[in-house]
Design a protein around this ligand. Sequence first.
Ligand code: HPA
Ligand code: ZN
Length: 335
Amino acid sequence: MDDFLRKLPKCEHHIHLEGALTPELLFKLAKKNHVQLPPTDPAFANPETLKARYKAFTCLDDFLAYYYVGMSALLDATDFEALAWDYFQHAAADGVAHAECFFDPQAHISRGVTYDIVLQGFEAARQRAQAELGISSELICCFLRHLPPSDCLDTIRNPAVQASMTAGQVIGIGLDSSEKDFPPQLFTEVYDEARALGQNLTAHAGEEGPPSYISSALDDLKVSRIDHGIRLIEDSALLKQIADQGTLLTLCPLSNVYLKCVTSVSELPIRAFLNAGVRFSINSDDPAYFGDNYLLDNYLAVQEAFQLTAQEWVGICEAGIKGSWCAEERKEELL
Ligand code: HPA
Ligand code: ZN
């Protein structure tokens, strides 16, 4: 089964490129760029102490504090290229055929790193992944929900952001960062503007937040995918609605364990989702922060917990291809 899962052509829809920053690359870039890591936090003594600290995340916000410090080491286009290339190499080893990757422009622009620098680095890695590894990829621009909606609006109105969307370099938007107390409806205007630009729409909802955040993402933001969505299991009417509509959930099993949303993968409602006909893909979220577990590790963890049949896995991968936002011709190649 392990070999079958490795060889299955997989799509990944929920990978934050900044979440692929390994402690080794973080220390290397911090040294190169003369960026000081927090001197008062002993976790930053070396890559090994940092890895040990990552094993003790208590919740999403505890992780996010480290995630944003990590980003502070990314300054020039070659840094972003190295980061994304690192991810694509892992993806190739795991049998990823197509990846739709999140990135967080506000976290870079606020540090004086321009959007064009970020995009230039990611573009170089994406082209190399296509040419050398045969991996197709797309970019999804995420908005940080802990920041004021006005900051998100300024970002989507940034001419460089708009140009990337009209040129098709960025094909969709997402909503991430701290979830509790930041309901999707706060960002309705941002999503209205993205929709007018022809963007695909998704949002993190129901990771830590209640099922009402999933409804708000659907009704107010009009998303076609939901990132995480595990708390959908608490609302049977909404569960039926999502199954009927065919909305894709992008599940991240090991992320949920590392961030203490559940105590083990077996606690996730994967069997219930399959039984109810809820479509989902399996994803790695922030692999470098969650035990160096990339996509295949997540597939294997689900397999260990749920003993799915080969037919069920083929169905999951097909739902992932159909729920992808790449060109129709690419979907046909993958099917
Ligand atoms: N949830 C919210 N924001 C994030 C995540 C996540 O899992 N990963 C990176 N930013
Ligand atoms: Zn995520």
